[in-house]
Unconditional design. Structure first.
Length: 132
């Protein structure tokens, strides 16, 4: 949940971070923001393919474009720039013959993002009798 918050001079901003819900198990707002980024980007990638005849070659080009974008977020060549662990593209699971006859091509994506470092724990034992 992103809630509006007013600062000391009356300017409004959206509170970020962990959800303010009392329901346990809800994800931090960063998960929703990353999901929005991925969905918006994949939507932009899909735009040039919209309303075209989805030949097998065009399906391949569309899936390849999505694959290239998501591979960039994994960033295997530059791990320090990585935004997620990995992803799966499923081009078969959501495509029934009936849906395809109606002009629907569904690409299912599953992305596993890196967790945030919300809680950094340092366990320390110091003393003359500490076992090393």
């Amino acid at each position: 949940i992103a809630a509006p918050k007013f600062d000391s001079v009356g300017l409004c901003e959206f509170q970020s971070g962990v959800t303010t819900s009392l329901t346990t198990g809800l994800a931090p707002i960063s998960r929703r923001r990353f999901a929005d980024y991925v969905q918006d980007s994949l939507g932009i990638i899909a735009t040039p393919f919209n309303k075209l005849v989805m030949t097998p070659a065009l399906e391949d080009a569309y899936v390849s474009s999505c694959d290239s974008f998501l591979a960039g977020l994994v960033s295997a060549e530059k791990p320090e720039k990585s935004r997620m662990y990995g992803y799966v593209l499923d081009r078969k699971g959501g495509n029934t013959p009936e849906a395809r006859e109606l002009g629907v091509f569904k690409l299912i994506t599953r992305c596993k993002m890196h967790p945030s470092g919300d809680y950094l724990v340092i366990e320390n034992q110091t003393g003359t009798t500490v076992q090393l």
